[in-house]
Design a protein around this ligand. Structure first.
Ligand code: MYR
Length: 181
């Protein structure tokens, strides 16, 4: 029995919504478990890191991308290929340092907050989507690109945009890729 494309799209939407709702439940549970926002943020980052170090294999296999020649290419790949693949969005990328190792991903849309209006007043320091930072950090580490990743701005906190900052920790001229592809 063949399935109509419309049905497939509908199922895709349902599983995306289920994922987003499940993520919300995870954050809500962590907020019950930890009093301090900083502890929730750290826990989300750790969980994301565990996902990222596994996700990279799936990403490299499915995307069949070649190794990047610069940090700029890597940042573009994260935004245009990885975010598109896993979240269905394409953040814009800008380089935010003269040294060429700091980048910003600007998210116009963020599916993870589809069902979130705003953060409760007592959770003002919560980085609701901090899991994403851990995912990016973990995935990059697996291709030997040490990086710091954090939210620099967040619409949920009243900022004009949502911005993820990625700082590659080695100097551009010192970056050595080990992945032979
Ligand atoms: C290379 O030069 O070896 C390729 C580097 C690819 C890095 C890809 C990192 C993927 C990050 C996944 C983020 C997913 C967020 C939803």
């Amino acid at each position: 029995m063949s399935r109509s494309p419309g049905r497939k799209q509908e199922n895709h939407k349902i599983s995306r919504e289920l994922f987003v709702l499940t993520y919300g439940a995870l954050v809500a549970q962590l907020c019950k478990d930890y009093e301090k926002d900083e502890d929730v943020n750290a826990c989300l980052d750790r969980m994301g890191y565990s996902i990222g170090i596994r996700l990279i294999d799936d990403f490299l296999a499915r995307s069949a991308v070649k190794k990047c020649r610069s940090y700029s290419e890597t940042a573009d790949m994260i935004a245009q290929v990885a975010f598109k693949m896993y979240l269905g969005i394409t953040p814009s990328v800008s380089c935010s340092s003269a040294t060429g190792n700091e980048f910003s991903l600007i998210l116009d849309k963020n599916p993870l907050v589809d069902f979130v209006e705003e953060l409760p007043a007592e959770r003002a320091s919560l980085c609701y989507c901090n899991l994403l930072c851990g995912v990016i950090r973990g995935a990059l580490e697996m291709v030997h690109l040490a990086a710091e990743v954090s939210f620099l701005q967040d619409r949920l906190k009243g900022d004009a945009v949502t911005e993820i900052g990625i700082t590659f920790l080695r100097k551009p001229e010192d970056r050595k890729h080990r992945r032979n592809k």
